[in-house]
Design a protein around this ligand. Sequence first.
Ligand code: FAD
Ligand code: SF4
Length: 510
Amino acid sequence: MKKLRLILGDQLNIQHSWFQKTDENTLYLIAEMQQETNYVKHHIQKIVAFFMAMRNFHLSLKKAGHQVVYFEITDTNNPQNLEKIITDCIENYKIEKFEYQLPDEYRLDKQLKSICSQIKIESEGVDSEHFYTKREELSTFFEGKKLLLMENFYRNMRKKHHILMDGSTPIGNQWNFDADNRKKYKGEVPVPAEKNFHTNVAKIIAQIKSANIVTFGNIDVENFSWPSSREQCLEVLDYFCRNLLRHFGDYEDAMHTDEKFLFHSRLSFAMNSKMLSPKEVIDTVVSYYNAHKETITLSQVEGFVRQILGWREYIRGIYWKEMPDYAQMNVLNNTNKLPDFFWTGNTKMNCMKHAIQQSLDEAYAHHIQRLMVIGNFTLLTQIHPDEVDNWYLGVYIDAIEWVEMPNTRGMSQYADGGIIATKPYVSSGSYINKMSNNCAKCFYNVKEKFGDKACPFNSLYWNFLDEKKEYFQKNQRMGMMLNLLNKIKPEDLCQIKLKANSIIQNMDDY
Ligand code: FAD
Ligand code: SF4
């Protein structure tokens, strides 16, 4: 039977059982499509990275003897949309069965189901063999529970997959070293330079331009740093183990104006494109730790394992549990628009300038920059979650809706009413000052609440609490914050609110 097997751009998993043997009756289909480049405006590096990785994957398949039909974005016979590409292939190659790997995005899942219901031949969706969990596993785990606590899910995953466990006890007799993972970085240990592949991407950029794909952000044409093949991804993993793991946990929440990546792994693109599996990343890191216990402490490794085995799988489970309603949630009724400086980095707020400029230059910011600087600002200024989602989905190299949306709309913007976060991640300037060196070099004064030089985060923070206090009244975790709000003198609160409203009305002036 002649089969057509679709491989989406984020399904570059060479270890999938599909590829274990070659078969002249099986044709693989990979396509660069405007459908995927244009559903949101993307960072140029994101499109370059995916196209390069797809092309390298194509070469690996061909080298292994598989039959592949590949459409480049500028091919004149490229229909640029999934439905037409599939139906054309079925007709042109006299296909008798269509197969696909279950996509991770709701949008594509719906589209593929619709395509399968229209084509006249047999079709089948198979597992992508990437994640530890199945789509519905988190829903089953939390069945009947009101609170979907990540920590409970994570401990269960540790037991189930026997990771960092001694029988049923966690190694070190402690599940979680979160409290040890909050050091400020003051240059006490040098940060190794990031692993950069210095790839020349001029040709692919020219193709993207000639296909009229509108992008934003910056790119160093001769020194593209991201990995675009499985071999390069494995090099990034090895580099992480050798150079960064020993301080990963310590400085996980730190920010520094001279250090864009600190000790973060930069493995999210490698995993989200499926060039690496989460299991091989965790197994490699745990083995490295076991062989180097004299230089690496358990808290560094546990911190890393928690992000992948815990957060990454949890976020995916929430996505499939809550979609499609999740994409519309906006419980705080936020309606403002993003300021222009999200596309230019042109702001006097040093923390925002650094986090946004870095996002525009590298298509990357680490977790705390995404959560406690940029996301904190958009929540305090009450930006519509659709606007925030679109920016995050476009700007980051690793942004695919299944992982971007629950992190942004849920964890960061609290638009889901607390499905993920038990309280909103908001803070005044003092948190940013505690975790970074941004404030020391800022135009604004982190200690002041009002006045021309007052840190905007301060008035915005109290204004946010005041405006949303009814909503959070019953949230016990907000009790302390709301008590402090009540202690502010009415005349001071009035000034704070005036200041905050002026910032919200004129964000680009700040
Ligand atoms: P490291 O700090 O080295 O962490 C290792 C790995 O853990 C990451 O590669 C990632 O796979 C996983 N991880 C860590 N935190 C999370 C998390 N909260 N959710 C899922 N996986 C996690 N991650 C994405 O992959 N895509 C996104 O679009 C994305 N959007 C985000 C938006 C917001 C508002 C926030 C707060 C976080 C977002 N994250 C997203 C999670 C996290 O910020 C990134 O995974 C991380 O910064 C990627 O860099 P790294 O590989 O160096 O991570
Ligand atoms: Fe950011 Fe305020 Fe600190 Fe400036 S003073 S860096 S705006 S937190």
